[in-house]
Design a binder for this molecule. Structure first.
Ligand code: MSP
Length: 520
């Protein structure tokens, strides 16, 4: 059992049929911000990501590329590891489903389901979409303009008829509904929870969990002519990574059950219906929470390879800057909703929130400190006036607000709360006008600047999860000891002491010299 100060969170594992795009970067980014937040808040965090390397979809892509599936997955999986590095993701592990330990874990979970009487052999006949690696009921399909049958996701389906093992999902309806009832926060946001509950209430069919028509996957124990359904194999990665089937191991006892599976809305059913049923069937505790986020469009259009408007995260990082992109993705859209990526929205965020609000605040305060006090934090009695106290209290109150917002994965609201204090600090600078005050009252001017430094210190500490590199540079600018940047250091006791010399200033968030108006 993981205790209160431990936190295990996961991204979906990504199909290695293609290069990483913005959708992949988004899911992992959200997890990264949360993982960093929890670590700074004193948690022992295990943050897992990885690649989903089996199944027909990957097998077909390897064939199309003219290479063996293993060599193909080695190559594409590396792109995802490179992305993690380029995006400054702090994942603690990277799992690949082609690792031998994962085949062991998948077979062990299969065996447990078999031993507990949840698997039987039958014959599957029905529709399958390779792109989604999912089975569909006839009633879910629709013909497109060319008369091609498609799943609700738009994926083409094919008729499959073959011997197959089944999981007795139809028997899980009541147990799942009782589980959702007992765990009201299990699926988030609330609208998604309702979707899942009504799907389960609508009745469940037994699930085909093996295939005989291809080879690229984990063989079924004692019947290697069958390959495990890729979703059963893929979901098991979350257990493999903490040593399952060794449930006595340190990792398993520290981190299981998983605290949060972060997923896109398209794969919620697998995580919120099938996965807890598999786990309970195998006698393993189900996860605590599944959060389904929305999808990005590009300048109002669905992102798709056929339209040719895929956003490569590395391209936008190069164009706008890494922390700018991280900030935009987490701030622009209420987390859970769909969002639109547009050049104009990006420029507005960078020039408005980052350059005007935050960058300017830091720049003004630090340069006045250099100009009036030779860059040395003055002796002061900050916080004696009401205006000082108001600002300091607002900044101090941020931790609790951010904590509660992050607990709900409301990243945009956590950032919004920080920005309210940034704006308050800018208003305070305007109102206190240190540039005028310095002429008559040096002591009071010192107190004003010290109040601002303290506020910036708190803001920058709290921004580290979202913009690690830039927040780090802001903390460097105001000479905050690298050992004192955790949330436990937010209190007054860890203020930068008077007499500390600040390094030479340099702007953290320059304005983008781009025509926001000219852009589409
Ligand atoms: N391999 C499965 C997951 C198995 S987890 C046990 C899979 N992989 S995926 O590579 O297709 O998708 C991974 C994630 O990317 C999903 O959470 C999906 O929602 C997300 N996105 C793909 N396109 C997206 C957008 N356009 N916008 C936001 N996220 C999107 O599914």
């Amino acid at each position: 059992m993981s205790d209160e100060k431990r936190f295990y969170l996961t991204t979906p594992i990504y199909y290695v049929n293609d290069a990483p795009h913005i959708g992949h970067a988004y899911t992992t980014l959200a997890c990264d911000a949360l993982a960093r937040f929890m670590r700074l808040d004193g948690y022992d965090v295990f943050f897992l990501t990885g690649t989903d390397e089996h199944g027909q979809k990957v097998e077909k892509s390897a064939q199309a590329a003219g290479i063996e599936p293993q060599a193909f997955t080695d190559r594409v999986s590396k792109n995802f590891r490179d992305l993690a590095e380029a995006m400054n993701f702090s994942n603690d592990a990277f799992i690949r489903t082609t690792e031998p330990r994962h085949a062991r874990a998948s077979q062990a979970i299969w065996q447990a389901l078999m031993d507990n009487g949840h698997i039987y052999l039958g014959l599957y006949s029905g529709w399958y979409a390779v792109r989604d690696e999912a089975f569909y009921d006839e009633s879910e399909l629709a013909d497109d303009a060319q008369g091609v049958k498609r799943a609700p996701s738009g994926a083409e389906v094919e008729w499959v008829e073959e011997p197959s093992y089944f999981f007795d999902l139809s028997k899980w309806q009541d147990r799942l509904l009782a589980f959702y009832d007992a765990n009201p926060d299990f699926v988030a946001p609330a609208s998604r929870r309702n979707e899942v509950v009504s799907f389960v209430k609508g009745g469940l069919k037994d699930l085909s969990i093996s295939r005989t028509s291809f080879n690229w996957g984990v063989p079924v124990p004692d019947d290697p002519g069958h390959i495990m359904y890729v979703w059963l194999d893929a979901l098991t990665n979350y257990a493999t990574a903490v040593d399952y089937p060794d449930t006595e191991s340190q990792a398993f006892s520290n981190y299981w059950p998983c605290d949060l599976h972060m997923v896109g809305k398209d794969i919620l059913r697998f995580h919120a219906v099938y996965w807890p049923a598999f786990l309970m069937g195998a006698g393993i505790a189900p996860p605590r929470r599944v959060f389904a986020h929305g999808w990005w469009t590009n300048e109002g259009q669905k992102i798709s390879k056929s339209i040719g408007n895929i956003i490569d995260p590395l391209d936008i990082v190069e164009r706008y800057g890494l922390d700018q992109v991280r900030y935009f993705l987490l701030r622009e859209v209420p987390f859970g909703n769909d969002g639109d990526f547009s050049h104009r929205a990006m420029v507005n965020r960078i020039n408005g929130d980052l350059a005007n609000d935050l960058g300017n605040l830091v720049q003004r305060v630090v340069s006045m400190l250099h100009r009036y006090f030779d860059g040395v934090i003055p002796e002061h009695s900050a916080g004696h006036r009401d205006a000082d106290r108001d600002l300091l209290d607002a900044a101090e109150g941020l931790l609790e607000t951010c904590r509660s917002r992050m607990r709900e994965q409301a990243f945009h609201e956590a950032l919004d709360a920080v920005w309210a204090v940034i704006r308050q600090a800018n208003a305070y600078v305007d109102h206190q006008a240190p540039w005028a005050r310095i002429k008559e009252d040096r002591v009071r001017t010192g107190a004003i600047l010290a109040t601002l430094i303290q506020t910036i210190r708190r803001i920058a500490i709290l921004l580290q999860p979202y913009m690690p590199e830039s927040a780090g540079r802001m903390l460097d600018q105001i000479a905050v000891d690298p050992e004192r940047r955790a949330f436990a250091n937010l209190g007054r006791a860890d203020s930068v002491p008077p007499g500390t010399a600040l390094p030479k200033p340099s702007p953290v968030f320059p304005r983008l010299r781009e025509e926001a108006e000219g852009a589409a």
